[in-house]
Design a protein around this ligand. Structure first.
Ligand SMILES: Nc1nc2c(c(=O)[nH]1)N[C@H]1C(S)=C(S)[C@@H](COP(=O)(O)OP(=O)(O)OC[C@H]3O[C@@H](n4cnc5c(N)ncnc54)[C@H](O)[C@@H]3O)O[C@H]1N2
Ligand code: MOO
Length: 405
């Protein structure tokens, strides 16, 4: 059936369809100390200058530059944390890094350049105004935009917030995700494995990825290969979640019940994408009390689930968080460190990156089969190989970087 691939949906068009009509979730107030990794629901405006006053960038002596080249008595000592007095005329102040510049002083000379004498400090003459000063508001000025809505709170952003004395921030509620793994063959680690069974490796993998994308996994279950139970648990999952993710059971076998259950309970928007791995990925919606949950049906092969999560779940969680940073994976230009040929499906190959002087070289994991999870463990990026390509070593390719590895 040469035309079977013709029905496959375009990867980007499918993402657009998934994100259509998704709006950010409500905000909630949270102590800043518990907001790491969360996304701001409202922008934060600076209410203070940082630093709050001019201060010294060096351990040394604060003075008027006009008095340089002379011996100046030391009229006060200013440590970081103490309040400075106005500078007495024709004197200097001993000062330490971070100490507030006394009123009247306009520069700091570092101590290595100063000669201490019995009656004061001998200041060199090549001193200019403003030297070694950190001006009030240099980092943050009152009234300026500190962080925009949609910013993800990493370490530096949390420091910036604390620098304003802020203790509570408005962040987006984390998207609630129900994660359903499917298949009679699945057994949880810790249980004995009988013939025909395998351990459920996709559940912890997807849980970790979802949490990393900013979601909260509120419900998990493993569905047997049975239509009635699949319908019941899918309905139950939808009641609790903003997003229902299933894994497995979306292909064409008669034990693949997820798609039929979705069509029974909700709506199947799209099925079968022109990508490798991940072809049987299904997208849809499921009704719940306040509207509808988005549904993403990932194929069961572990690599298909992994790639589908990065390409579809991450942007979906990002849209629910109002976080642009999660909308698309960062794209890196690279050179292929491998040879490959694609057919009708765009191939997302798991690669490691070698940062050379002129180029980034992408090295493909030797076995790119969608059942080989080893290929994902060390993957730093997905080489994005268009359909019908003949790629040789050294060719320019695009890679989608997997942030945080
Ligand atoms: N006749 C056809 N067969 C298949 C097609 C097709 O077009 N025609 N597509 C293949 C592709 S491509 C994929 S990908 C898989 C996806 O199938 P399902 O999504 O229905 O997944 P399952 O059949 O349930 O499982 C596939 C594979 O993955 C293992 N698996 C499932 N869940 C887990 C889990 N939680 N942890 C670890 N491993 C899991 C499962 O045991 C199977 O080996 O279909 C192809 N078939
Ligand atoms: O899409 Mo499947 O993931 O090619 O094995």
């Amino acid at each position: 059936m040469a035309d079977a691939q013709a029905e496959l949906q375009d990867v980007e068009a499918a993402l657009e369809a998934l994100l259509a009509g998704v709006s950010p979730l409500a905000g909630e107030q949270l102590p800043a100390e518990h907001a790491a990794g969360r996304v701001l629901a409202e922008s934060v405006t600076a209410t203070r200058d940082v630093p709050p006053a001019d201060n010294s960038a060096m351990d040394g002596y604060a003075l008027r530059a006009a008095d340089a080249g002379t011996l100046l008595p030391i009229s006060q000592r200013v440590t970081a944390g103490s309040a400075a007095q106005p500078l007495a005329p024709r004197s200097c102040a001993r000062i330490f890094t971070g100490g507030e510049i006394p009123l009247g002083a306009d520069c700091v000379v570092m101590q290595e350049a100063v000669e201490l004498r019995e009656h004061g400090a001998l200041i060199p003459s090549d001193v200019s105004r403003g030297e070694n000063l950190r001006r009030r508001g240099r980092d943050v000025a009152v009234g300026s935009a500190l962080l925009p809505a949609g910013a993800r709170l990493g370490g530096a952003a949390l420091g910036h917030i604390a620098g304003q004395g802020i203790v509570s921030v408005s962040v987006r509620r984390r998207p609630r995700v129900a994660l359903l793994t499917t298949g009679d063959e699945l057994v949880e680690p810790g249980q004995p494995l009988a013939a025909g069974q395998i351990y459920n490796s996709n559940r912890p993998m997807l849980t970790r990825l979802l949490e990393r994308f900013g979601a909260e996994v509120v419900y998990t279950a493993t569905l047997p290969d049975d239509f009635a139970t699949t319908c019941r648990l899918l309905g139950e999952a939808a009641q609790r979640a903003d997003v229902v993710v299933s894994c497995g059971g979306v292909s064409v076998g008669e034990e693949d019940h997820v798609k039929a259950a979705l069509e029974r309970l909700g709506r199947l928007d799209l099925w079968r994408l022109a990508m490798r791995p991940g072809k049987p990925l299904a997208l849809g919606r499921l009704p719940h009390a306040d509207g509808e949950a988005r549904f993403v049906g990932l194929p069961g092969n572990p690599v298909s689930s992994f790639v589908g999560a990065w390409l579809y779940l991450r942007p979906l969680i990002g849209a629910l968080l109002g976080c642009g940073e999660l909308a698309a994976l960062p794209r890196l230009p690279a050179r292929a460190g491998f040879t490959t040929r694609t057919q009708a499906r765009r191939h997302f190959m798991r690669v490691t990156l070698e940062f050379g002087e002129a180029d980034i070289v992408a090295h493909a994991f030797a076995d790119q089969n969608s059942a080989v999870l080893s290929s994902c463990v060390a993957a730093e990026a997905l080489a994005d190989i268009p359909p019908h390509s003949d790629i040789h070593e050294g060719d320019r390719i695009g890679c989608l970087w997997l942030p945080e590895g």
